[in-house]
Design a protein around this ligand. Structure first.
Ligand code: MG
Length: 250
């Protein structure tokens, strides 16, 4: 499919969707603590999305059963929220999307549950930093491979591993549009970035190299025992003057 360029009025509508999603993520972040369950976080997210006149984008998408993907510890993405209380020292990746006024926004964060290990903290921080490296490379006239390579470099310079099995994506009227946005690649390759492109840039990073395996529930994507995973995602628009954040804040 061709890459759909959005008119300025459409980008503004996506920014409205993104602002709502950012508020909801803030509420989820405040609720993460030892003893809370991912299912409780899911309820908080769904109510907050609906209270803002939006609708959860993941619920029912390809048959997914919840509003948030809640991926603890070595789960990279697509974890199904459960009733199990989170424990001190765990990490939890929360990925969610919504539709507002016909447009999608998509966002993910990894949260420490209470005090976590230095290694877990560093994994979370480097994953966020790799997003910003990709964001800064997302200039009009650059190539998509410049974004991918910048992310990969930050991750590998820190000694961590870029997940290959899942990638970012275009976003707009649909949650998943072209192009795919890998978190690894070569500078100077791929489609040229143009004003009006809207992308979900979402590095997924693990402690060490290992294949990501989907468990028997058909969703949970795990990087294997002891291999913590982190995720950081924002929806981004390419504008004439550079990349513009549609979710989150710097
Ligand atoms: Mg996404």
């Amino acid at each position: 499919m061709p890459i759909v360029l959005k008119r300025p009025v459409e980008v503004e509508r996506m920014a409205e969707a993104g602002a709502r999603l950012t508020e909801v993520m803030d509420l989820v972040a405040e609720a993460v603590r030892p003893g809370v369950s991912a299912l409780e976080l899911d309820r908080i997210a769904r109510e907050a999305i609906e209270a803002r006149g939006a609708r959860p984008a993941f619920l029912g998408l390809y048959g997914f059963p919840a509003t948030i993907c809640a991926s603890p510890n070595e789960v990279v993405v697509h974890g199904i929220p459960s009733e199990r209380p989170l424990e001190e020292g765990e990490i939890l990746s929360v990925d969610m999307g919504l539709f507002y006024d016909g447009y999608a926004a998509d966002m993910a964060r990894t949260f420490p549950v209470g005090e976590v290990s230095d290694e877990a903290e560093r994994l979370i921080r480097v994953t966020e930093e790799s997003f910003w490296a990709g964001f800064d490379a997302a200039q009009p006239g650059a190539r998509l491979g410049d974004v991918s390579a910048a992310i990969q470099k930050r991750v590998e310079d820190a000694g961590f591993w870029v997940v290959r099995e899942f990638v970012g994506h275009g976003i707009g009227r649909e949650m998943h549009e072209d192009p795919q946005v890998p978190n690894f690649g070569r500078p100077g390759l791929g489609p040229k970035l143009r004003p009006g492109m809207t992308l979900a840039i979402e590095p997924m990073v693990t402690l060490f190299a290992a294949p990501v395996v989907v468990l028997d529930d058909g969703w949970t994507a795990s990087s294997g025992r002891g291999n913590l995973a982190a995720h950081y995602e924002n929806t981004v628009a390419i504008s004439e003057s550079g990349p513009r954040l549609l979710t989150g804040r710097r």
